[in-house]
Design a protein around this ligand. Structure first.
Ligand SMILES: [Fe+2]
Ligand SMILES: [Fe+2]
Length: 335
């Protein structure tokens, strides 16, 4: 929380105080609070995309998480307004095994829309991303679509701690399995991606709506569980010239909202299990997602659908497996 408690906190509190909680409610009744200068938004052709996060597939052929992912695929395929893309937020596999990654590709292949993916730590550290890249492509990328610039980054990279320690690939991978493992340290993107990102956005007009995907959040949510990206401040700085940046992440396996300057950050539900909220006060106006029934194994899980309007702003709609989210979140709120 260092960043939030320092310079960004002033920014964040200013915005939140003026518009945060009010925004989330007021948007439901169509009030424009002016967080984004709509008049100067780029020309955008309205469209929709979907998000599926953290399937954590295991090796057995009939594992229950396969069914969860299939349900998410069916939910997305069944959307009345079809998405142009589905973004997969990482941790497709639980152990990084090739059969798990291939199973993920096979199930996600049933989506009607094309997918774009970014890696999670569970996908990466058994073979340093070889199997993931073989199945899901480049670890970082960008493209333009209907007036919006999309960016995906690999945010789970750490300096080499395994070679000197003589760890096997399995031992290296296992250091990333617990949420609170201190061994790998804080992860982030790297200099290579930051340099690429600077060039990637250099020529874009500042009114271009930006949508960026990272496995973990682009702010210090709870670093002890790697609910962070170590160089998030630099990434936000590179994107600071844009009027509206929408950032989506997985990894935390629950919904969480924050706004820092021009960047709105949203965590998405997983299809595997919900992580608990960390023992901190959530940024205003977020509140903990309500889990109505612990005996329902898919409570607190699902996917998300995002509509981009002609004003370049996103309307986020969560697609929970169970109806445990407040109606206004499943109805959608604007970012
Ligand atoms: Fe995960
Ligand atoms: Fe993760």
């Amino acid at each position: 929380m260092a960043e939030l408690h320092d310079a960004d906190r002033r920014d964040f509190l200013g915005l939140a105080g003026k518009a945060g909680l009010t925004t989330m409610f007021a948007q439901a009744v169509g009030v424009n609070l002016g967080l984004v200068d709509v008049a100067h938004a780029a020309k955008v052709t309205p469209f929709r995309f979907a998000i599926i996060a953290d399937p954590h597939l295991y090796s057995p052929k009939d594992h229950v998480f396969d069914k969860h992912l299939e349900d998410a695929v069916a939910k997305v395929n069944g959307l009345a307004n079809a998405p142009d893309f589905v973004f997969v937020m990482g941790d497709v596999s639980h152990h990084g095994e090739l059969d798990q990654l291939e199973k993920g590709k096979r199930i996600l292949g049933k989506l009607k829309a094309p997918i774009r993916s970014i890696p999670g730590e569970h996908d990466w550290y058994l073979d340093m991303g070889e199997g993931w890249k073989k199945n899901f492509g480049d670890e970082f990328w960008s493209f333009d679509h209907k007036g919006v610039h999309f960016i995906g980054l690999n945010s789970i990279l750490v300096p080499d701690f395994w070679t000197k320690a003589g760890l096997t690939p399995q031992q290296r991978r296992d250091c990333f399995m617990p949420l609170n493992s201190p061994v790998p340290g804080l992860w982030g993107t790297d200099a290579r991606q930051r340099e690429w990102l600077k060039k990637d956005v250099a020529k874009l007009p500042t009114n271009t709506p930006i949508v960026i995907f990272t496995h973990s959040p682009l702010w210090d949510y709870y670093p002890r569980w790697n609910f962070q990206v170590s160089d998030s401040k630099e990434i936000r700085q590179i994107l600071s010239k844009f009027s509206n940046v929408m950032a989506f992440h997985g990894h935390v396996h629950h919904t969480v909202y924050n706004k820092i300057g021009n960047l709105t950050s949203l965590g998405t539900m997983s299809t595997s299990w919900p992580w608990p909220y960390p023992p901190i006060k959530l940024p205003h106006p977020e509140y903990q997602q309500f889990r109505a029934d612990p005996s329902v194994t898919t409570d607190g899980m699902g996917a998300a659908s995002i509509g981009i309007g002609a004003d370049g702003r996103g309307m986020v709609q969560y697609l929970p497996f169970e109806d445990s989210l407040p109606q206004r979140l499943t109805d959608g709120f604007k970012i």
